[in-house]
Design a binder for this molecule. Structure first.
Ligand SMILES: [Zn+2]
Length: 231
């Protein structure tokens, strides 16, 4: 990650770093939460962010501020004006709701409690008994909610190319790791190479080593009924 300026002595340095790390963990802007219900004074927003120091283009202002994220593309909380993913806004940029059109929106410093709660939901601490052993040619049915993840352990009996695929009506993302000294090391990942939105990974595994496969449902809209198999 490359910040545009030194953060150490910046009044909002810590907030900037937390916010950008939030993006890398797939968090969008909270002021674009479809449940936020902010009615913008669009002319004032364009005048404010189109001028110094941002000098943003009309497209960037639309993308970063005005655009509401479609409800079926995200999972998360109701509007949280204290989220680290929320920008500060002066009152004159907001037509409604009250009281923000009089007092503006100035999130409290740091991550909010909702930020922390949802990050722990999206990225739960994994216990060793969360892992299911995946064996060749035995499919494992899964019913996942958006953002939910299932973890498999793979101990190949032979050194050869293996395929991992999800099946069914679900937009799944699959990532394969090798366990090295107790830590997972990324080997391969796939989103849509299988049929429809299913994921497919082909990778050479070595006998005697231990691998981890994580399967996650990408977003709502599909049933979430899926199965995973390796062969
Ligand atoms: Zn941002």
């Amino acid at each position: 990650m490359n910040f545009g300026w030194p953060l150490a002595n910046d009044a909002y340095g810590k907030e900037t770093a937390l916010h950008e790390v939030g993006h890398t963990l797939a968090l969008p802007h909270e002021h674009q939460n479809p449940k936020a219900g902010i009615q913008w004074n669009e002319d004032a927003v364009r005048a404010s962010l189109g001028g110094p120091p941002n000098n943003w283009s009309s497209e960037t202002i639309e993308y970063n501020i005005l655009r509401k994220i479609p409800a079926n593309e995200i999972a998360g909380s109701d509007w949280d004006p204290n989220s680290i993913m929320h920008y500060q806004f002066q009152a004159e940029l907001i037509d409604s709701p009250a009281p923000y059109n009089q007092q503006g929106i100035f999130p409290e410093p740091g991550s909010s409690q909702k930020d922390k709660d949802w990050m722990q939901k999206f990225y739960p601490v994994l216990e060793s008994n969360d892992y299911i052993e995946l064996k060749p040619f035995i499919s494992v049915p899964l019913i996942l909610s958006p953002g939910e993840q299932v973890n498999f352990i793979v101990k190949p009996k032979n050194s050869r190319d293996y395929k991992f695929q999800t099946f069914g009506e679900a937009d799944t993302v699959m990532v394969l790791f090798e366990e090295e000294n107790g830590d997972p090391r990324y080997l391969n990942g796939d989103d849509d190479s299988g049929s429809e939105y299913n994921a497919l990974i082909t990778h050479k595994l070595l006998r005697g080593r231990t691998y981890i496969l994580r399967v996650r449902l990408y977003f709502a809209g599909l049933s979430g009924e899926t199965a995973v198999m390796m062969w």
